[in-house]
Design a protein around this ligand. Structure first.
Ligand code: BES
Ligand code: ZN
Length: 455
């Protein structure tokens, strides 16, 4: 193992240069004009696995973007890891807020800046390099590994459930390993044992055939921008509670034990608030900030569009208004059930003065696991070796739709070992990854395979 770790230390700078190439591919899954780039990223990922010493790698087609599948099964009798990650990235707008271009990865102050640096190419690449170190120095992995790296995570992994159901023998394994989450804080590595689910909608409201002069017609018809605002305003009360009837019916209450554990975590609320630039924090009454984000569901407006928003003033009644909204879900809420409740409520609160269209988009189920299993303990030891510190256990507010599918369809537990940081601007301008965490993450991953091999 010493040789494997030495190899990783010696190659530290090379890894960064290679990662820059990966990050240069604008594999934005949400934008059809990037379809060729998305495929190029899939091929790049497959080549990187081959270079790492996994000869058996191919692209498997789906109705959407291809899955990169690879396997090395040279350790009969040992456990098999199914490694999951994603090579697609989020859109980059607003572009003018990036200090350096999103697909021209740049190192500043020990961090690499680019779209996908943390979410998730950097973290996928970290495992590929850990695999490479084992293959180069030991000529083998300490256990069997299957690689399952997809290209539609950022658009809800819509084809993946079907893919998993259709390829159960191919994906058979003992445990799933994922690095697509964040550490608790700088210097505090963590293992994530819960994710929120998601259900996403677009709401369109139409008031009239076309925009109208607000003097000639204002007062005669409903204003769709205002109607939409009124609809949205009825989604939450002033105490931060979602008002959709039945919304909380299936919410699993937080246990006193879990709350007590979280109170011990080194969370600095004032620092958190200041870093976000928020005048005050806001959320559901009766819960702490971590509880609200990790264990309570929420309704959020993701975007709003209506009327005149250019410079100056224009006296107009907009014909239409549009909002993108989503709800983060917790165990045991079900996206389909919540979607029904939401649609019914929007229809009920929308006045007859406008035409309403509600369109459901992607989503995913929440996930939570017992964290005291042998794989999680193995990951804890590996992180201790790589970061010089034992991890804390946390849940996350984000979603990775496929994790609950791994559990339900394949019966597999997942170990979520993420090395991103909460302030690394995932999905925002100036996304970055701390190169120290990247490096320690490669070392931890190399140890992780060895530790899991021995459970
Ligand atoms: N890496 C994130 C998920 C994540 C974020 C995990 C923060 C833990 C902490 C992932 O790439 C992501 O952004 N997922 C989407 C899923 C959605 C499009 C269905 C999300 O959470 O919005
Ligand atoms: Zn993401």
């Amino acid at each position: 193992m010493d040789q494997v770790i030495d190899f990783i230390n010696v190659n530290r700078d090379r890894y960064i240069e290679e990662l820059k190439q990966y990050l240069a591919i604008p594999s934005i899954s949400a934008l059809p004009q990037h379809a060729a780039d998305v495929r190029r990223a899939a091929e790049w990922t497959a080549d990187a696995l081959r270079t790492a010493g996994i000869p058996d790698v191919r692209l498997v087609e789906t109705p959407g973007n291809p899955v990169v599948y690879g396997e090395w099964l040279g350790a009969p009798g040992r456990p098999t890891i199914l490694f999951y990650g994603h090579y697609d990235v989020q859109p980059v707008d607003p572009l003018d807020l990036w200090i350096t271009p999103p697909f021209d990865a740049t190192v500043r102050d020990g961090e690499i800046y680019a779209r996908g640096a943390a979410d998730d190419k950097g973290q996928v690449f970290m495992h590929i390099k850990a695999v490479e170190a084992h293959m180069k120095k030991a000529g083998a992995l300490p256990l069997n590994m299957k690689f399952f790296i997809e290209g539609e995570e950022e658009v809800g992994s819509v084809h993946l459930d079907e893919f998993i159901r259709a390829h159960k023998p191919l994906l058979a394994a003992d445990v799933v390993v994922i690095s697509d989450s964040t550490m608790f804080d700088r210097g505090i590595p963590s293992i994530c044992y819960g994710l929120r689910g998601l259900v996403y909608f677009q709401i369109d409201v139409r008031g009239t055939k076309t925009d109208l002069h607000s003097g000639s017609f204002g007062g005669a018809v409903a204003n769709p921008a205002l109607v939409l605002a009124q609809i949205l305003a009825q989604m939450k009360d002033r105490g931060g509670r979602v008002k959709i009837p039945g919304f909380y019916d299936d919410v699993r209450p937080l246990s006193e034990e879990e709350r007590a554990e979280w109170r011990k975590l080194p969370f600095h609320e004032t620092r958190y608030r200041k870093e976000l630039g928020a005048p005050r924090l806001f959320g559901e009454r009766g819960y702490s900030t971590l509880e609200r984000v990790w264990a309570r569901p929420t309704f959020e407006v993701n975007g709003l569009l209506s009327g005149f928003t250019g410079e100056g003033a224009k006296t107009v009644l907009p014909a239409v208004a549009m909002a993108k909204v989503s709800m983060r879900l917790v165990p045991d809420q079900h996206p389909d059930r919540i979607a029904e409740l939401f649609e019914a409520y929007v229809k009920k609160v929308c006045p007859a003065t406008v035409e309403l269209k509600v369109t459901r988009m992607h989503g995913g189920k929440p996930w939570m696991t017992e964290f005291d299993n042998k794989y999680v303990r193995a990951a804890g030891r590996a992180i201790q070796k790589g970061f010089g510190q034992a991890p804390v256990f946390n849940r996350e507010g984000g979603s990775i739709p496929v994790v609950s599918t791994f559990q339900e369809e394949l019966g597999l537990p997942s170990v979520l070992f993420g090395v991103g940081l909460p302030d690394e601007n995932a999905h925002a301008p100036n996304e970055k990854l701390d190169l120290g965490n990247f490096h320690n993450g490669i070392i931890s991953s190399a140890y992780l395979y060895q530790e899991i091999a021995a459970v």
